[in-house]
Design a binder for this molecule. Structure first.
Ligand SMILES: [Zn+2]
Length: 228
């Protein structure tokens, strides 16, 4: 951190402003095309974000994902079959803003308009990572522990935790990360970020939010050193 501060200190105020503007532009969590696009309860996705998705060729339902993620999911499920003799299924992939709006709306109705209660169960439109087209809720063909914390202890769940990174997916909401991610432990929810990032995130056992801080620091240092 001190090296960033030193670098900043060496810049004029106007220069620092330029760098911070460039950083915002370069920030991968804001980019629709980046695999590091961030969506959580604070970083909302636009209603107009409509990724190009396709149906993944895997068993299950709601199988649509962005192209890169769909291909990776197919490879991952094939490997799980071969290595762990388990048939993984897609439970829920891409949802658009309108769909999330309807889901939240009906939950809100069922709790008589109590927003706090609704928020506990359903993400508000714009705050669900499923809207990126890069996220898949994974289950097993046996249907055992579908969308339950017990999935993490099943053969399929364990295999996913250990191996998803090889295909570019990360376990997005691990135990103990609630304060950072804003979501409870979800051993079934996997997010595509590409193999390079997934390998680093898996190795460091950190939430995407923390990893993005490191990435931003790297971009900042590059910007600063380019000006020197
Ligand atoms: Zn999910």
């Amino acid at each position: 951190m001190s090296s960033i501060l030193q670098a900043f200190a060496s810049l004029s105020a106007a220069g620092a402003l330029l760098v911070s503007g460039a950083l915002e532009t370069a920030a991968p969590q804001n980019s629709d095309t980046s695999m590091l696009l961030l969506v959580n309860r604070e970083w909302r996705i636009s209603e107009n974000y409509l990724p190009e998705v396709r149906v993944s060729d895997v068993p299950g339902q709601v199988r649509r994902l962005r192209r890169e993620a769909a291909a990776a999911l197919e490879a991952m499920f094939a490997a799980a079959r071969k290595e762990a003799h388990v048939t993984l299924v897609s439970v829920s992939g891409y949802r658009d803003y309108g769909k999330q709006e309807r889901i939240y709306g009906s939950k809100l109705k069922s709790v008589h308009g109590d927003e706090e209660a609704a928020d506990e169960y359903v993400a508000r439109p714009g705050t669900s990572e499923h809207q990126t087209g890069l996220t898949m809720d994974i289950g097993q063909s046996s249907g055992k522990d579908t969308l339950e914390s017990g999935f993490g202890g099943t053969r399929g769940g364990r295999w996913c935790r250990e191996n998803a990174w090889r295909f570019g997916f990360i376990l997005r909401y691990d135990e103990g990360w609630e304060d950072i991610t804003g979501y409870s432990f979800e051993p079934w929810h996997f997010r595509y970020v590409g193999v390079e990032h997934a390998a680093r995130i898996h190795e460091n056992e950190m939430p995407l939010e923390e990893y993005l801080k490191i990435i931003r620091t790297g971009i900042l240092l590059d910007l600063v050193s380019a000006r020197e």
